[in-house]
Design a protein around this ligand. Sequence first.
Ligand code: MOS
Length: 715
Amino acid sequence: MTRPDTDSALSSESIEPLNIQTVGTSLPRVDGHAKVTGTATYAWEHDLRNPTYVYPLQSAIARGRVLRMDATQAESVDGVIAVLTPYNAARLADTGNAELAVLQSDEIAFRGQLIGAVVAETPETARHAASLVGVEYEQQPHDTELRADRPDLYRPDQVNPVFPTDSEEGDVEAALAAAAVTLDQTYSTPMEHNNPMEPHTCVSVWDNAGTGADGGPRLTQYDSTQGAHAVRKNIARLFELAPERVRVISPHVGGGFGSKGMPHAHNVLSALAARAVAGRPAKLALTRQQLFDLAGHRTPTVQRVRLGADADGRLTALCHEAVEHTSKVKEFAEQTAVASRLMYAAPNRRTTHRLALLDVPVNTWMRAPGECPGMFAAEVAMDELADACGLDPIELRAINEPESDPSTGKPWSHRRLVECLRTGARRFGWDRRAEAGTRREGDWLVGLGVASATYPSWAMPGSAAEIERTADGRYAVRIGAADLGTGTWTALSQIASDALECPFDAVHLEIGDTDLPPASVAGGSSGINSWGSTIVAAARAFRAEHGDNPAAGARTSSKTPENPDMKRYAVHSFGAQFAEVRVNADTGEVRVPRMLGVFAAGRIINPRTARSQFIGGMTMGISMALFEESVLDHGTGHVVNHDFAQYHVAANADVGDIEATWLDEPDPHANPMGAKGIGEIGIVGAPAAVVNAVHNATGIRVRDLPVTPDKLLRA
Ligand code: MOS
């Protein structure tokens, strides 16, 4: 194993650091005023003339075929313009991605799948008419149940996004057999649904449809997406258009959590519907209930974790085997056990992923796919091992700190996990933690829990940025990036300002439009890293070409630079999550009065927006720990609690004093800003911290999320 010498660990030979001025300061959100005054245009809100409205028709069975559809009654409703069905919808040029092959066949692969749509003059008319469409099905038996003992589990070729499916080092079984202390437990996490505030919305407009004018048809989509260019690429292929004939516009996005990372079926339906009303916009916003079928979800998992340690708590074996589901429509193999490859030093190690192929809607990214559910199991297991070894959970983690990345042998660019744990322990009052089940205040059992967090620093290739000196003496900075409410508008403006060495107000950022240079998807917490590096490269090229006092119209663009350090170093963020819980001794109700996250994520571009990202992730972690569970009724293949009345997402009353802090030091190997992604690490480890705190409060170990009162009362 190679280690960097001290100097190269503190700076990078390949990356010239940004000279920071506004980066690191809590500038208010650039888009804040527009948002709070309601003038920020979300996908539905663009001012378009003469719109039509689309209401989807969805399958009421989970598997089979549509035999007949009768639209006569619907078509006779005043204001109905068209009823789309698999029989009359336009043929798509590419049906390779079955999720997007909307209305291309009569086959049904999951309950809630799109089987048609009504296009009408008002949303109410469309919805009413949709209820009048008669559908006859040929129903076939469906299978939606994930179980770890299914004989038909299969091994995917790789797991999201590009990880090997399995890893094996040393001899795990022998090491477990020889270990002084062992743990063998199975953990489970339920199906969960991304629930961004803004439901998925896509408004499509065709120009020149059916004519040869102006080079043929042109499609515009006002979309709620994490990646305008990714939508363009996919939609252009389906409709056999050159990419530049599709424009996707998405200046503001009301959350996504991964579910808007790629176009889904509704994007295609919107475009098909717009074809039927040539020239008029077709507006489609999914209802909250429809999101549960059409916008992705987090796979349920069953995870067996086996740990072996010597008498001092040094890990000798670590085995993490994950079972998950995927939809028959499209494989998504989540990387559940991948973080276990690098968290702790253990000479013998195995991770595996197996999938059940089910008649369920398409699952996809949901905030920290893989790391989040995987670290729930692994970090509860570490808490259990600490108990078994008679060690403080923080000490157990410190003892097992790896000097370099165990999965690759590469040196860490920055790790500092133990520092996060110790800093958090001090601030949180960890020394007040009592023996499990011994601290009671009135009716409430009180406990503290801790867990580690990690997330890789992804750098996506393929973006470009353009910088132009404008007539008003400012700088237009153009990149097709996305702001999901995360702070991109502000953070990229700060980076551009420092890179151009100009006042913050002199930067005029433009994002969220495919007319701008291409940008990678806002996913994998990679946005600031990927787009920021690109903007810095463009700014430096601009200054090199045009100097400090450029003429109006001076313009330069640059692509994402290579970062050779990504090959030499293991570049990851780390963190420590602390939770205090109070469990009602009579009702089993769990409260989280305090939570603290301490993160090592490199330089923080904007503390205000970063804090919001961190505590948002932690809040979602509390939500995962205590509330979120999509109840899939295997009789119908339907998620029955498909609304906010029944699928509870943590809200203000569920969250007490929640704080995030960080070790503020740039990671010189990450990029010129020294920054690593922060969008996802906040949720990683948070559910485990809560569950470990519940154990400390009650002595009860819950291994199946969410921790509902019944699970505590039964124990
Ligand atoms: Mo994130 S789940 O990669 O948007």
